[in-house]
Design a protein around this ligand. Structure first.
Ligand code: PNS
Length: 179
C-alpha cells in the first residue's frame, strides 16, 4: 500500500494572489493532496476575515480535486497531524524570505521531527508580489490586473469601498479588471 502524499500550504492569504496560486499549481504533480491552510490571525487585523479568505480560495481552486482549503489556529504542526500531512510547502520569492523561512522550517521540525518543509519558487513574474503590497497598491489606485485574480480584485473593491467610500470612488479609473 502506498502512502498518500499530503502537503499543507499554510499562510495568511490576506488576500490570495497569483503568486500563491502559482505555488498551488506547482504542487499538483508532486502531491496527492494539497491542503491550503489559512491562518486564523484576527489579532493582526486582516483586511478579510478567515471565512472570507477561505471562501475566496475555495472558489479559485474549485476545479482542482486535489486541493482542499481549511482554516487553522494554533500550531501548524498540530494542524498537520489532524490532516495527515508531513510536508509543509512554502513559497520562496527572494533571498530576503530565506532567514524567516529557515527559522520556521527548523522550528516546525523541532516540534515534530516527521515534518519537512519544501520550498518552491513562484514564476519570476510574481517574485516581488506580496499580499501587503497588493493591499497597498490597490488602496492607492494602482493596476493589479495579472497579479491578482479578478474575483479577488472585486472583493478588494467592495472592502475598500466599505472602509473609505470617498477615496474608493475617486480612484475607480486606475484599477481595471474589476467585476
Ligand atoms: O503568510 P504568512 O503570514 O507568511 O504565513 C505564516 C504562517 C501561517 C505559515 C505561520 O505564521 C504559521 O505557521 N503560524 C501558525 C503558528 C505556528 O505554528 N507557529 C510556529 C511556526 S514555526
Amino acid at each position: 500500500m502506498t502512502t498518500r502524499r499530503v502537503a499543507v500550504y499554510p499562510g495568511s492569504f490576506d488576500p490570495i494572489h497569483n503568486g500563491h496560486l502559482d505555488i498551488v499549481e506547482r504542487c499538483l504533480p508532486i502531491f496527492d493532496e494539497v491542503v491550503v491552510a489559512v491562518l486564523r490571525n484576527e489579532e493582526k487585523r486582516p483586511l478579510f476575515s478567515v471565512e472570507e479568505r477561505v471562501e475566496m480560495i475555495r472558489d479559485l481552486v474549485a476545479g482542482r480535486a486535489q486541493v482542499r482549503v481549511q482554516s487553522f489556529s494554533g500550531l501548524l504542526v498540530d494542524f498537520m497531524r489532524q490532516v495527515g500531512a508531513r510536508t509543509v510547502v512554502r513559497g520562496l520569492r527572494a533571498v530576503s524570505d530565506f532567514e524567516f523561512e529557515f527559522q520556521m522550517a527548523l522550528m516546525n521540525r523541532r516540534l515534530n521531527s516527521n515534518v519537512e518543509t519544501v520550498f518552491m519558487m513562484p514564476k519570476e513574474d510574481f517574485s516581488y508580489l506580496s499580499s501587503r503590497l497588493v493591499k497597498e497598491v490597490y488602496a492607492l489606485g494602482g493596476d493589479l490586473v495579472g497579479l491578482v485574480p479578478a474575483p479577488v480584485l472585486a472583493r478588494l473593491a467592495e472592502r475598500l469601498a466599505e472602509r473609505r467610500p470617498a477615496v474608493s470612488a475617486s480612484n475607480e479609473g486606475g484599477r481595471g479588471g474589476k467585476a
